[in-house]
Design a binder for this molecule. Structure first.
Ligand code: HEC
Length: 158
């Protein structure tokens, strides 16, 4: 007899846990895509819920390339040499990602932090803007970081 009621208890409990999980996941999904400047259109639903450095899908790589050419190249230049059209009047200059000394001076974590939270978050120039909308897309941030590392002549991580 006892065993039966215990069983029932766990079934009930299981249901409650499931409900909580469902409620949570819909909250997360609900606030995932506040695109800035109306660019939420193209962001498909990301499958990846892994922390940055996890699997990056081809779609996320593509999104990273698009973000780079539409948002980063203005300052950092299309090839990441720090010579975009917006760079001339900036001081300090946007980082030249092809500079091996700069590449050596930063960790992967720092690169990702700068991209999401801006230069000021790591003690660099606040001219380097934050992209807090990317917080919801760690795999895209990781893909951007890999692109930037690739510009330094390092083979992209597998
Ligand atoms: C308004 C111009 C501007 C835009 C747009 C911009 N950056 Fe920057 N970025 C800068 C400047 C200026 C620095 C140099 C900061 C410093 O050295 O103090 C910088 C530095 C960096 C650094 C190096 C930080 C470090 O710790 O050395 C990375 C990485 C970076 N930017 C990535 C990006 C990416 C990725 C984008 C696009 C999502 C982007 N930036 C868009 C101006 C810009």
């Amino acid at each position: 007899m006892k065993a039966v009621s215990k069983n029932k208890y766990w079934r009930q409990r299981g249901k409650a846990v499931l409900l909580v999980a469902l409620a949570l996941s819909s909250v997360v999904a609900g606030c995932g895509s506040h695109g800035r400047k109306g660019q939420g259109m193209s962001s498909g639903q990301s499958e990846s819920n892994s922390p940055s450095g996890g699997t990056i899908t081809p779609e996320e790589r593509k999104e990273a390339r698009q973000i780079f050419s539409s948002q980063c190249a203005t300052c950092h230049g299309p090839q990441g040499r720090g010579d975009g059209p917006g760079a001339a009047r900036l001081n300090p200059k946007p980082t030249n990602f092809t500079d091996p000394n700069w590449q050596k001076s930063v960790t992967d974590d720092q690169i990702e932090k700068v991209i999401v939270y801006g230069g000021a978050a790591v003690g660099k120039s606040p001219i380097m803007p934050a992209n807090t909308d990317l917080q919801a897309d760690p795999a895209v941030v990781a893909a951007l970081r890999q692109m930037i590392r690739g510009l330094g002549g390092q083979p992209p991580a597998k």
